[in-house]
Ligand binder design. Structure first.
Ligand code: TYD
Ligand code: MG
Length: 457
C-alpha cells in the first residue's frame, strides 16, 4: 500500500510546525520563514523522532538498582576543547558544533580526528561539503595523519549508516548536517524536516552502537543553525564557535552540555597550520597595549571559571554635529550609554556635545557587569585626557547612583592580574579587607566611581 504523504509548514528559523501557511512564525516572530515540507505519516516518524535511547528493560527501576560504570571520556588532546566538553568526549554522545561559515569548524574537527586517531582510535570523517582532494589540501596544512582516520564523501544517510555499521568506528564526524539527506524524507537537504530526521538517525546510531558523533551545523544569517532548536534539544552537547572574522582568535562556547558545565569557553587562534590553543588568553588579549595613552584601562572579566584580562579603550572627542555619536564594539551599547549618563549626572562630566567610542581590544565580545568600572574609567580618562597607570586593573559593577557594587570571583581576578605583573587592583570596597594581604598587589577598594577617580590625582 502506498504510504500517504502529508505536508506541513515548518519555520526554517526555529522549527515551529504548523498545518497552514502564515506570514509570521508565532513562535520566534520571524517573517516569511514558514516553508512547506513533506513528512512521513506520524506513526512511522514517531519511532525515529523520539530520543532514540531505548531502555534495556521496561521495568521501572530505583536509582540504587542502576549500576553506573565510570563515564568513559576520551581525550581529544586539545585542552581547550576538553574543558568545554566537561573533561573529554563522552562515549556514545552526540555533539553539535555550530558557527558561521568559515569560522573553522571543519579545521577544528579535522584536528580532533587526527589527534584521536593518533591514540589508536578508529575515526571516520564524513564530509558532504568538500571533496577528498579539498580535505587533503586542508590536512596537508595541519600535519601528518595516521591510517586510523578514514574519510568519506557522502550525503546519503542510508549509505552512511551502512558504512558505519560495517566499519564500526569509535568516533564519527558529520560535516555538515545541512548537507545530509534521508531518502525517506522528500524535502531538500538543510530543511527542518531533513535536519531533524537526519539527526534522529545519527542519534540512533550513536546510542545503539555507542559511537561518539560530532555534527557540524552552520549558523544562518539570523544567528541560528537551520532548524536549530530541533537539533539542539536532540543532541547531548551544543558548542558554538564564534569570533571576529578579522581577528585571528576564535572562541568555543558551551551552550548545552549533558555531561558538564556550560560556562566554560575555549580560546583558539587561527594560524597558517590550523587552530592553535591559546593557553593564556589574558596575555593574548593584552598584546600590543599602548602605554601611557589616555582612554585605556585593563579590566578583568570571568568566563566560566577562567578570568580573562582585557583592555578597554575609550575615545571621547568633541562632536562636529548637533547629534553626538555613540559607539560600542564588544561591550554592550546600551550599557555604555547608561554608564555615560551616570557619569554626566553623578560626576558632572559634560559629555552631551561629545562623540564617544568604546572598544574592547582584540574584538572580544563581553557583557559582564564587572566591566562597568573599567568602562567608566576609560571614558573619564579619555575625556580628561589623563592616562591611567598601566599597572592598574579595575573591575566592579556600577549602579545608577555611581556606586561600585560587588562582583563574583574577585580573588581569581586579582590573582590573574598578579600573574601578569599588574601591581594595583581597583575593586569594590567590600573585598578590600579580605584581599589586602596579597603580596605585591596594592588593593584599592572603592565605594563609588568618584572614589575610583583618585587614580587620576
Ligand atoms: P573551515 O574550517 O573551513 O571553516 P568552516 O568549516 O567553519 O566553514 O575554516 C576556514 C577558514 O580557516 C578559511 O578561511 C581558511 C582558514 N584556515 C587557516 O587560516 N589556516 C588553516 O590551517 C586552515 C586549515 C584554515
Ligand atoms: Mg566546513
Amino acid at each position: 500500500m502506498a504510504v500517504k504523504m502529508k505536508t506541513v509548514f515548518f519555520c526554517q528559523n526555529c522549527g515551529y510546525e504548523s498545518s497552514k501557511w502564515m506570514g509570521q512564525c508565532p513562535s520566534c516572530r520571524e517573517w516569511n520563514t514558514l516553508v512547506e515540507e513533506t513528512v512521513r505519516p506520524e506513526s512511522k516518524v514517531a519511532g525515529t523522532r523520539s530520543s532514540g535511547v531505548r531502555a534495556a528493560t521496561t521495568e521501572p527501576q530505583s536509582l540504587s538498582s542502576i549500576t553506573m560504570e565510570e563515564e568513559e571520556r576520551a581525550d581529544t588532546h586539545i585542552e581547550e576543547l576538553n574543558r568545554v566538553l566537561g573533561g573529554g568526549l563522552v562515549r556514545g554522545s552526540l555533539t553539535l558544533v555550530g558557527g558561521d561559515p568559515g569560522i573553522g569548524k571543519s579545521t577544528l574537527l579535522l584536528q580532533v580526528a587526527r589527534n584521536m586517531a593518533a591514540d589508536g582510535r578508529k575515526m571516520l570523517y564524513i564530509s558532504g561539503e568538500e571533496s577528498l582532494r579539498q580535505i587533503k589540501i586542508r590536512a596537508n596544512r595541519i600535519g601528518s595523519f595516521t591510517d586510523n582516520l578514514k574519510f568519506l564523501c557522502e550525503t546519503n544517510l542510508g549509505t552512511i549508516e551502512e558504512v558505519i555499521r560495517h566499519t564500526a568506528p569509535e568516533i564519527v564526524v558529520i560535516d555538515s548536517i545541512q548537507t545530509m539527506y534521508n531518502e525517506e524524507v522528500s524535502s531538500a537537504p538543510g530543511s527542518v524536516s531533513q535536519v531533524r530526521e537526519s539527526t534522529s538517525v545519527l542519534l540512533r546510531i550513536a546510542k545503539s552502537m555507542n559511537i561518539s558523533i560530532f555534527i557540524v551545523g552552520h549558523v544562518t544569517k539570523e544567528g541560528t543553525v537551520a532548524g536549530p532548536r530541533v537539533l539542539e534539544h536532540m543532541v547531548d552537547t551544543v558548542l558554538y564557535f564564534e569570533g571576529d572574522r578579522h581577528a585571528s582568535y576564535r572562541i568555543l562556547r558551551g551552550v548545552k552540555n549533558r555531561f558538564g558545565s556550560t560556562n566554560e569557553i575555549g580560546v583558539f587562534e587561527m594560524r597558517e597550520e590550523g587552530l592553535a590553543e591559546v593557553k593564556n588568553p589574558s596575555e593574548f588579549m593584552l598584546d600590543g597595549r599602548p602605554v601611557d595613552a589616555s582612554g585605556s584601562v585593563v579590566t578583568c572579566s570571568v568566563e566560566g571559571t577562567r578570568p580573562i584580562l582585557i583592555e578597554i579603550q575609550a575615545l571621547v572627542c568633541r562632536s562636529n554635529f548637533g547629534f553626538p555619536r555613540r559607539q560600542a564594539n564588544g561591550a554592550d551599547f546600551n550599557r555604555v550609554n547608561l554608564l555615560m549618563a551616570v557619569l554626566e549626572k553623578r560626576i558632572g562630566l559634560q559629555m552631551s556635545d561629545c562623540d564617544a567610542y568604546v572598544n574592547l581590544a582584540g574584538g572580544m565580545r563581553l557583557a559582564e557587569p564587572a566591566l562597568d568600572l573599567g568602562i567608566c574609567l576609560a571614558i573619564i580618562s579619555s575625556f580628561k585626557n589623563r592616562p591611567i597607570d598601566p599597572q592598574v586593573v579595575a573591575f566592579g559593577e556600577v549602579g545608577l547612583s555611581g556606586e561600585v557594587r560587588s562582583v563574583s570571583m574577585t580573588e581569581n581576578r586579582v590573582m590573574e592580574a598578579k600573574k601578569l605583573g599588574f601591581t594595583t587592583c581597583i575593586l569594590p570596597k567590600v573585598y578590600e579587607s579580605r584581599l589586602k594581604n596579597i603580596e605585591g598587589m596594592r588593593i584599592v577598594g572603592v565605594r563609588s566611581v568618584q572614589d575610583a577617580m583618585q587614580i587620576f590625582s
